[in-house]
Design a protein around this ligand. Sequence first.
Ligand SMILES: Nc1nc2c(ncn2[C@@H]2O[C@H](COP(=O)(O)OP(=O)(O)O)[C@@H](O)[C@H]2O)c(=O)[nH]1
Ligand SMILES: [Mg+2]
Length: 454
Amino acid sequence: MNDTIAAISTPQAAGGIGIVRISGENAAAVADRVFSAADKKSLINSVGYTAHYGSVIQNGDVIDEAIALVFKAPKSYTGEDVVELSCHGGLYVIRRVLRAVLENGARLAEAGEFTRRAFENGKMSLTQAESVMDIIGAQGEQAARAAISAREGRLAEKINALRAEITKYSAHLAAWADYPEEDLIPVDTEELSANLQTCILKLRKMIADGDAGRVIRDGVDTVIVGKPNVGKSTIMNCLAGCERSIVTHIAGTTRDIVEEKVVLGDVILRLADTAGIRSTDDPVESIGVERAVSRMDSAGLILAVFDNSLPLDDDDKKLLKGLKNRTCVAVINKNDMESRLDAEYIKQNIDTVVYISAKDESGIEELGAEISKLLGVAELNPADGILSGERQLDCSRECLKMLEEAKHALDVGMTLDAVNVSLDSAIEALLKLTGERVTDVVTDAVFHNFCVGK
Ligand SMILES: Nc1nc2c(ncn2[C@@H]2O[C@H](COP(=O)(O)OP(=O)(O)O)[C@@H](O)[C@H]2O)c(=O)[nH]1
Ligand SMILES: [Mg+2]
């Protein structure tokens, strides 16, 4: 069933070192067929955690000199016997080494297959496996820390603790329902309701942190809006660190949406600069305005820009009206100029207001800090184990829904059996989350996103 697999585990590019990883029952035997140690010892008879200098040979030709690292099951990444051949990182050479390995009894690994085996061999939970990809994909310090703490099992610990707690209540209910004649402590419904509420609050916090975590991991769709000439494109360029959008003093310069991914403090913004929103007869500009408005509807964060040097006009006020209850920062730009705008009016409509000068690049750090606060990233502790990815959040939301149902059933006086049905579903959702009860379809989907060689 678990045949021996192999892949290049380093990037598909020239580098200092290239690694071919082999995993499976015959890993050492396969490696012995292509690797000749300088001391003539065989890898199959070597103990785990040893390094051997030698060369990779095929049909009598030396392909490269190499170091073979030997790991013995279960003490390896996959939990199986593993040999890693570290060669010089030339793409041609490393591909030839892989070919030699494949011609001598290994099969090419599928994307994520090494990590999948680690999961299937109980080396890690599904959340830990997912964190491996998060570590590889991390683009900032916070995201990397969150991924590493999840990899270390901090997230799985948190989930398991919650599950243990729900299981305790569920077991008590089940015992009470199944063995009414036994001398069991009666279920105190008020106390149970309070305990369930504590679990609900914990889970809600985890989900909120997971949502905030998305901002540091994948970034948030952010749209820059405002009437023409307030400095939207200048802000875009300032944040992007390059001349991404065309800037002129002519109102209506930006027509189409211009996009750029930028890292601002702890958050990743997928920025979209838009055409200034105003009524216009120009057909091209009006399409741009339509696009800006529709992008605003779908954005996770709106940067609404106002010109500090001008009094608010009808276009500004109309925009402000449409921003009620949205995740929005009012950016008052051109702070280098004398103020003629009614900031109080803006503050009545939008809670977060930041002054910047895109021209002088001042106030940008504060803008980043306010965005972090607004998106819940500021109080996020990445070392705490944060839910990551839609799958994890979906399972958690399912669990939350079931806990809320259980509490509701309890509070309105439904039978304890009915309460327990919901608690069982809540536990089930957490088992799915950690991968203890997961279908092949879900596992396939998780590892499908991995890179080959991991
Ligand atoms: N003084 C000053 N001028 C700015 C600032 N930001 C932008 N501008 C100027 O305002 C004009 C319009 O800028 P632009 O970015 O094209 O505005 P948009 O139409 O909102 O995209 C240009 O002449 C910019 O140089 C700023 O912070 N201070
Ligand atoms: Mg513009």
